[in-house]
Design a binder for this molecule. Structure first.
Ligand code: UDP
Length: 240
């Protein structure tokens, strides 16, 4: 039986690396399928779901530019990488019988819908999972910024940052320090001042200025996403 949740509409952000499994690069279909099943359990609760997926498993603009590419070209390549990830996630969700739309910030009508805010809202009302692809459509931004932007535009109640290997925000890197402590709650300003690893600074500022909470949790635990929406489990809430 399905647990109750206080949330009506949320945005789930995952990095591109969340889709690569143990391969170290690219897409690992069984991993994509596993995450799709996590989303399915939340969809069953009646929650309206937006998604933003990164592209770091395929291409990152900063890496390209560090190797001599023009930054904007490299960033567009990164944005296109997020479209590939979005299509993979769409396929996995649709295989589970969930209706979806891939909505791209860069128009490519043959593979994805263009971003039209009112149309996206309508999809959500019809319980279609909206996967926002191509980031913000602008170089020099990230998919974190895209998450904060779309979550605000879609009036989501929170951004859920699904992480691998970590179940929240720590005062120092828990992989390197045994005494690292997880915050239950932390303010936007502390995240910025202490440079805590949540999202990049422009994304945090965009969330802060619109009072949009960010919930950082682990995607590794089966049922973890659904549990947190039902008020259980460990996570860090960034707000206030
Ligand atoms: N990107 C961009 N503008 C955006 C979103 C993404 O230029 O609005 C590019 C940028 O080059 C970035 C790449 O797309 O490195 C992949 O996104 P991101 O690094 O955020 O992916 P993640 O680290 O979450 O996998």
């Amino acid at each position: 039986d399905t647990p109750k949740t206080a949330y009506k509409r949320v945005l789930l952000k995952i990095s591109g690396e969340a889709l690569m499994g143990d391969q170290g690069f690219g897409l690992h279909p069984p991993t994509v399928e596993r995450i799709a099943r996590e989303i399915q359990t939340v969809h069953e609760m009646g929650v309206e779901i937006c998604m933003v997926i990164g592209g770091g498993n395929i291409f990152r603009g900063l890496q390209g530019s560090a190797q001599g590419m023009e930054r904007t070209t490299a960033d567009y390549m990164g944005m296109l990488a997020t479209v590939m990830n979005a299509l993979a996630m769409q396929g996995a969700l649709e295989a589970l019988g969930i209706h979806t739309r891939v909505i791209s910030a860069i128009t490519m009508n043959e593979v994805a819908e263009p971003y039209i805010r009112r149309r996206a809202v309508r999809h959500l009302e019809k319980k279609r999972v909206c996967i926002f692809a191509a980031g913000t459509g602008n170089p020099y931004f990230t998919t974190d910024t895209a998450s904060a932007l779309r979550a605000n535009e879609m009036s989501c109640e929170a951004i859920f940052m699904g992480k691998n290997g970590v179940d929240g925000v720590y005062d120092k890197d828990p992989a390197k320090h045994d005494d690292a402590k997880r915050y239950d709650e932390v303010s936007y300003d502390d995240v910025l001042a202490k440079r805590l690893a949540v999202m990049d600074a422009s994304a945090i500022a965009l969330a802060r200025d619109n009072d949009l909470p960010i919930i950082v949790f682990s995607l590794d635990e089966p049922g973890g996403f659904r549990g947190i929406l039902a008020g259980e489990g460990t996570y860090t809430k960034v707000q206030g």
